[in-house]
Ligand binder design. Structure first.
Ligand SMILES: NC(=O)c1ccc[n+]([C@@H]2O[C@H](COP(=O)([O-])OP(=O)(O)OC[C@H]3O[C@@H](n4cnc5c(N)ncnc54)[C@H](OP(=O)(O)O)[C@@H]3O)[C@@H](O)[C@H]2O)c1
Length: 235
């Protein structure tokens, strides 16, 4: 019998080893997409286990987003590829109780470089691998909203996500003539290693909705700052 080739949509998912990024890999797979996911270093991760079960639909790349040489090397490896979606998920936090007056300079730099500068470097270097009508997404946070910050706390983390939002707005302004959709995603407060056990949402509450929101926004050019239920977040 003649085999029928299925053309699947594809996502390049940066930071898919665990937590929300891994859950997004599982969800995209369940929705019929092929996933190229990245991990750091050489250790086996949950993404490797998922890939063992569906090797033909998951590819694993290695990337520490703070390492410029690794961004360049991965860009070269993927030079001939086109993805329907690029989603940049990685993020870190410092001690959430530390105020901006207390944080050590190195810790401030670590959070800002990982959460604001490095995701944008990935977006800048990989954007042309995204289909002209595709989607470029970055994991922001509701805590990145300046307008909604009425209680303080998590000051450095908030600042890093607000900076990420601003950099993404500049990127979008520079690319306003193109048809790609851009999304800053606020996934809600979710029980992961970062979110902690007291978080309001489970991964199952958040991630299927995050993916549905991305799929519903695909094809709507411009920059959207949205929560996991697809609601606009105030800048
Ligand atoms: N959980 C929440 O409540 C919440 C709320 C709003 C926004 N977010 C955002 O959602 C994203 C994922 O958070 P999470 O809760 O899943 O956190 P998590 O469980 O701590 O996972 C963090 C992920 O980021 C990766 N990562 C960290 N630094 C990296 C780097 N330099 N290069 C490449 N990958 C790196 C980690 O990879 P390794 O496994 O190699 O460490 C891991 O895959 C973050 O951007 C976070 O700010 C989370």
């Amino acid at each position: 019998m003649e085999s029928i080739a299925i053309s699947r949509k594809s996502v390049l998912l940066v930071g898919a080893s665990r937590g929300l990024g891994f859950a997004m890999a599982e969800e995209f797979l369940a929705r019929g997409w092929n996933v190229t996911g990245t991990v750091r270093g050489t250790a086996r991760t949950r993404l490797h286990e998922l890939s063992d079960r569906t090797p033909e639909r998951i590819e694993i790349e290695t990337l520490d987003i703070t390492a410029l040489d690794q961004i360049g090397a991965m860009r070269s490896r993927l030079a001939t590829r086109t993805f329907d979606m690029l989603f940049v998920n990685p993020g870190v936090t410092n001690d959430p109780n530390e105020t901006i007056g207390e944080v050590a300079t190195e810790e401030f730099v670590r959070v800002m470089v990982t959460n604001a500068l490095s995701p944008m470097r990935v977006v800048e270097r990989f954007c042309d691998l995204v289909a002209v009508d595709g989607l470029i997404g970055v994991m922001s946070s509701g805590q990145g909203s300046v307008a909604n910050n009425t209680i303080g706390k998590r000051e450095v983390y908030r600042g890093s996500k607000a900076a990420l939002n601003m950099f993404m707005r500049s990127f979008a302004a520079r690319h306003s003539a193109n048809r790609r959709t851009m999304v800053l995603m606020a996934p809600g407060w979710v029980r992961t290693e970062m979110g902690g056990p007291d978080a309001r949402l489970t991964i199952e509450d958040s991630i299927p909705n995050v993916v549905s929101t991305l799929l519903a926004t695909l094809g709507k050019p411009g920059l959207h700052y949205l929560d996991y239920l697809g609601r606009p977040v105030s800048w």
